[in-house]
Ligand binder design. Structure first.
Ligand SMILES: [Zn+2]
Length: 90
């Protein structure tokens, strides 16, 4: 959604909206529209700057993304081994 790079779906994080806030939904259990983002701060940044979240969810107002940012930042730290392999395999 952010960088428009194609990746295997396993590398993508599902994002759902609860109330007016974007939350990470790694298990895909939350109802409603889902948008997908790479587990990557650069991808998250792009999505926020392009206002991709309100567009993806057809939201009238801005959506909170702070909690999502923390999730992505955390996941990026945990997930260093698989992210290096995914950058080489195009
Ligand atoms: Zn991306």
């Amino acid at each position: 959604m952010g960088c428009r790079q194609r990746t295997a779906k396993g590398d993508l994080l599902r994002i759902a909206v609860v109330g007016d806030e974007c939350v990470a939904d790694p298990r895909g259990t939350l109802p409603g529209r889902g948008a997908y983002l790479h587990l990557d701060m650069a991808c998250y940044d792009l999505a926020v700057r392009r206002r991709a979240f309100p567009r993806a969810y057809r939201s009238q107002g801005p959506l909170g993304t702070e909690r999502l940012r923390q999730c992505v930042a955390q996941a990026e730290h945990i997930d260093t081994t698989s992210s290096t392999s995914s950058t080489t395999g195009k």
